[in-house]
Design a protein around this ligand. Structure first.
Ligand code: HEC
Length: 163
Protein backbone atom coordinates (compact mmCIF):
# COMPACT_ATOMS: atom_id res chain seq x y z
CA UNK A 1 0.00 0.00 0.00
CA UNK A 2 3.07 2.21 -0.33
CA UNK A 3 1.57 4.07 -3.32
CA UNK A 4 -1.23 5.54 -1.19
CA UNK A 5 1.29 8.01 0.21
CA UNK A 6 2.25 9.81 -3.03
CA UNK A 7 -1.43 9.85 -4.10
CA UNK A 8 -2.40 11.52 -0.85
CA UNK A 9 0.48 13.95 -1.25
CA UNK A 10 -0.88 14.99 -4.62
CA UNK A 11 -4.42 15.36 -3.28
CA UNK A 12 -3.05 17.69 -0.63
CA UNK A 13 -0.76 19.56 -3.01
CA UNK A 14 -3.39 20.22 -5.68
CA UNK A 15 -5.63 22.79 -3.96
CA UNK A 16 -2.63 24.85 -2.92
CA UNK A 17 -1.28 24.75 -6.47
CA UNK A 18 -4.64 25.90 -7.83
CA UNK A 19 -4.59 28.92 -5.54
CA UNK A 20 -1.33 30.20 -6.96
CA UNK A 21 -1.77 32.60 -9.82
CA UNK A 22 1.68 32.24 -11.24
CA UNK A 23 1.39 32.61 -15.05
CA UNK A 24 3.94 29.84 -15.48
CA UNK A 25 1.33 27.54 -13.98
CA UNK A 26 -1.01 28.04 -16.96
CA UNK A 27 -1.17 24.27 -17.27
CA UNK A 28 -3.19 24.35 -14.08
CA UNK A 29 -6.16 25.84 -15.91
CA UNK A 30 -6.26 22.92 -18.28
CA UNK A 31 -6.09 20.53 -15.36
CA UNK A 32 -9.02 22.28 -13.70
CA UNK A 33 -11.00 22.18 -16.92
CA UNK A 34 -10.25 18.51 -17.38
CA UNK A 35 -11.21 17.59 -13.82
CA UNK A 36 -14.86 17.69 -14.76
CA UNK A 37 -17.52 15.76 -12.88
CA UNK A 38 -17.81 12.21 -14.16
CA UNK A 39 -20.58 11.97 -16.73
CA UNK A 40 -23.86 10.52 -15.50
CA UNK A 41 -24.33 6.83 -16.18
CA UNK A 42 -25.12 6.13 -19.82
CA UNK A 43 -24.05 9.57 -21.00
CA UNK A 44 -20.70 8.36 -22.29
CA UNK A 45 -20.37 7.83 -26.00
CA UNK A 46 -20.02 4.19 -26.97
CA UNK A 47 -17.08 3.62 -29.34
CA UNK A 48 -16.67 0.43 -31.31
CA UNK A 49 -13.16 -1.00 -31.72
CA UNK A 50 -12.34 -4.30 -33.42
CA UNK A 51 -12.10 -6.99 -30.67
CA UNK A 52 -8.34 -7.39 -30.85
CA UNK A 53 -7.78 -3.64 -30.69
CA UNK A 54 -10.11 -3.38 -27.71
CA UNK A 55 -8.10 -5.96 -25.78
CA UNK A 56 -4.86 -4.25 -26.76
CA UNK A 57 -6.23 -0.85 -25.67
CA UNK A 58 -7.44 -2.11 -22.30
CA UNK A 59 -4.08 -3.77 -21.65
CA UNK A 60 -2.43 -0.42 -22.47
CA UNK A 61 -4.80 1.30 -20.07
CA UNK A 62 -3.79 -0.97 -17.24
CA UNK A 63 -0.19 -0.14 -18.03
CA UNK A 64 -1.05 3.59 -17.99
CA UNK A 65 -2.32 3.19 -14.43
CA UNK A 66 0.76 1.22 -13.44
CA UNK A 67 2.95 3.92 -15.02
CA UNK A 68 1.22 6.62 -12.94
CA UNK A 69 1.88 4.62 -9.78
CA UNK A 70 5.52 4.09 -10.71
CA UNK A 71 5.89 7.80 -11.49
CA UNK A 72 4.47 8.82 -8.11
CA UNK A 73 6.68 6.34 -6.36
CA UNK A 74 9.73 7.71 -8.21
CA UNK A 75 8.76 11.32 -7.34
CA UNK A 76 8.43 10.38 -3.68
CA UNK A 77 12.01 9.11 -3.76
CA UNK A 78 13.25 12.19 -5.68
CA UNK A 79 14.11 9.94 -8.66
CA UNK A 80 13.09 12.64 -11.10
CA UNK A 81 14.88 11.35 -14.19
CA UNK A 82 13.31 7.95 -13.67
CA UNK A 83 9.85 9.56 -13.34
CA UNK A 84 10.50 11.45 -16.60
CA UNK A 85 11.63 8.29 -18.42
CA UNK A 86 8.53 6.35 -17.38
CA UNK A 87 6.24 9.19 -18.48
CA UNK A 88 7.95 9.71 -21.82
CA UNK A 89 8.22 6.03 -22.72
CA UNK A 90 4.89 4.75 -21.46
CA UNK A 91 2.56 7.78 -21.72
CA UNK A 92 4.32 10.43 -23.78
CA UNK A 93 4.77 11.17 -27.45
CA UNK A 94 7.39 8.46 -27.83
CA UNK A 95 4.83 5.88 -26.67
CA UNK A 96 2.58 6.57 -29.65
CA UNK A 97 4.17 4.06 -32.02
CA UNK A 98 4.33 1.51 -29.21
CA UNK A 99 0.57 1.81 -28.71
CA UNK A 100 -0.21 1.57 -32.43
CA UNK A 101 -1.90 4.92 -31.92
CA UNK A 102 -2.10 5.77 -35.60
CA UNK A 103 -4.05 2.63 -36.44
CA UNK A 104 -6.31 2.94 -33.40
CA UNK A 105 -7.03 6.64 -33.88
CA UNK A 106 -9.00 5.82 -37.03
CA UNK A 107 -11.69 4.29 -34.82
CA UNK A 108 -11.84 7.23 -32.40
CA UNK A 109 -14.22 10.20 -32.52
CA UNK A 110 -12.38 13.52 -32.67
CA UNK A 111 -12.89 14.33 -28.97
CA UNK A 112 -11.39 11.01 -27.97
CA UNK A 113 -8.39 11.57 -30.25
CA UNK A 114 -7.94 15.00 -28.68
CA UNK A 115 -7.97 13.54 -25.15
CA UNK A 116 -5.37 10.99 -26.26
CA UNK A 117 -3.18 13.73 -27.75
CA UNK A 118 -3.57 15.82 -24.57
CA UNK A 119 -2.39 12.85 -22.50
CA UNK A 120 0.64 12.19 -24.72
CA UNK A 121 1.65 15.87 -24.86
CA UNK A 122 1.00 16.29 -21.14
CA UNK A 123 3.22 13.32 -20.34
CA UNK A 124 6.03 14.75 -22.44
CA UNK A 125 5.64 18.11 -20.65
CA UNK A 126 5.68 16.29 -17.33
CA UNK A 127 8.97 14.68 -18.39
CA UNK A 128 10.49 18.12 -18.92
CA UNK A 129 9.13 19.39 -15.58
CA UNK A 130 10.44 16.33 -13.74
CA UNK A 131 13.91 16.77 -15.26
CA UNK A 132 13.78 20.42 -14.18
CA UNK A 133 12.96 19.30 -10.64
CA UNK A 134 16.20 17.32 -10.63
CA UNK A 135 18.01 20.64 -11.12
CA UNK A 136 15.88 23.08 -9.12
CA UNK A 137 14.75 20.71 -6.35
CA UNK A 138 11.20 22.13 -6.75
CA UNK A 139 8.82 19.28 -7.53
CA UNK A 140 5.60 21.36 -7.59
CA UNK A 141 5.61 22.12 -11.34
CA UNK A 142 6.06 18.41 -12.03
CA UNK A 143 3.16 17.50 -9.75
CA UNK A 144 1.02 20.11 -11.54
CA UNK A 145 2.02 18.65 -14.91
CA UNK A 146 1.18 15.16 -13.66
CA UNK A 147 -2.30 16.31 -12.65
CA UNK A 148 -2.73 17.59 -16.19
CA UNK A 149 -1.87 14.13 -17.52
CA UNK A 150 -4.41 12.60 -15.15
CA UNK A 151 -6.94 15.22 -16.23
CA UNK A 152 -6.70 13.75 -19.73
CA UNK A 153 -7.42 10.24 -18.35
CA UNK A 154 -10.47 11.63 -16.53
CA UNK A 155 -11.69 13.63 -19.54
CA UNK A 156 -11.55 10.66 -21.89
CA UNK A 157 -13.09 8.22 -19.42
CA UNK A 158 -16.00 10.53 -18.67
CA UNK A 159 -16.71 11.01 -22.38
CA UNK A 160 -16.24 7.57 -23.91
CA UNK A 161 -16.53 3.86 -23.33
CA UNK A 162 -15.76 0.86 -25.48
CA UNK A 163 -18.20 -1.60 -26.94
C1 HEC B 1 -8.30 8.74 -25.38
C2 HEC B 1 -9.12 8.22 -24.32
C3 HEC B 1 -8.48 7.68 -23.07
C4 HEC B 1 -7.41 8.19 -22.36
C5 HEC B 1 -6.63 9.46 -22.63
C6 HEC B 1 -7.20 7.29 -21.26
N1 HEC B 1 -8.11 6.27 -21.29
FE1 HEC B 1 -8.19 4.71 -19.98
N2 HEC B 1 -9.80 3.96 -20.99
C7 HEC B 1 -10.39 4.54 -22.09
C8 HEC B 1 -11.56 3.77 -22.48
C9 HEC B 1 -12.50 4.11 -23.63
C10 HEC B 1 -11.65 2.70 -21.57
C11 HEC B 1 -12.74 1.62 -21.52
C12 HEC B 1 -13.81 2.14 -20.59
C13 HEC B 1 -15.14 1.42 -20.74
O1 HEC B 1 -15.41 0.81 -21.78
O2 HEC B 1 -15.97 1.55 -19.79
C14 HEC B 1 -10.52 2.83 -20.65
C15 HEC B 1 -10.26 1.97 -19.61
C16 HEC B 1 -9.23 2.13 -18.69
C17 HEC B 1 -8.93 1.21 -17.62
C18 HEC B 1 -9.63 -0.13 -17.36
C19 HEC B 1 -8.86 -1.22 -18.11
C20 HEC B 1 -9.56 -2.57 -18.09
O3 HEC B 1 -8.86 -3.58 -18.06
O4 HEC B 1 -10.80 -2.59 -18.13
C21 HEC B 1 -7.89 1.75 -16.91
C22 HEC B 1 -7.20 1.15 -15.69
C23 HEC B 1 -7.54 3.01 -17.56
N3 HEC B 1 -8.37 3.19 -18.65
C24 HEC B 1 -6.53 3.84 -17.13
C25 HEC B 1 -6.16 5.02 -17.76
C26 HEC B 1 -5.17 5.95 -17.25
C27 HEC B 1 -4.44 5.81 -15.94
C28 HEC B 1 -5.09 6.97 -18.15
C29 HEC B 1 -4.23 8.20 -18.13
C30 HEC B 1 -2.84 8.09 -17.83
C31 HEC B 1 -6.03 6.67 -19.22
N4 HEC B 1 -6.65 5.49 -18.94
C32 HEC B 1 -6.22 7.48 -20.30
C33 HEC B 1 -9.97 5.66 -22.74
C34 HEC B 1 -8.91 6.48 -22.37
Amino acid sequence: MRFIVPLAAIAIALPSLAQQHDPSMHSQHMAEAAVAKPAPRGARQLVKFPAEMREHTLANMRDHLLALQEIQSALARSEYDRAADIAEKRLGMSSLALHGAHEISKFMPQGMQDAGTAMHRGASRFGVAARDAAVTGDVKPAIGALSEVMGACVACHSGYRLK
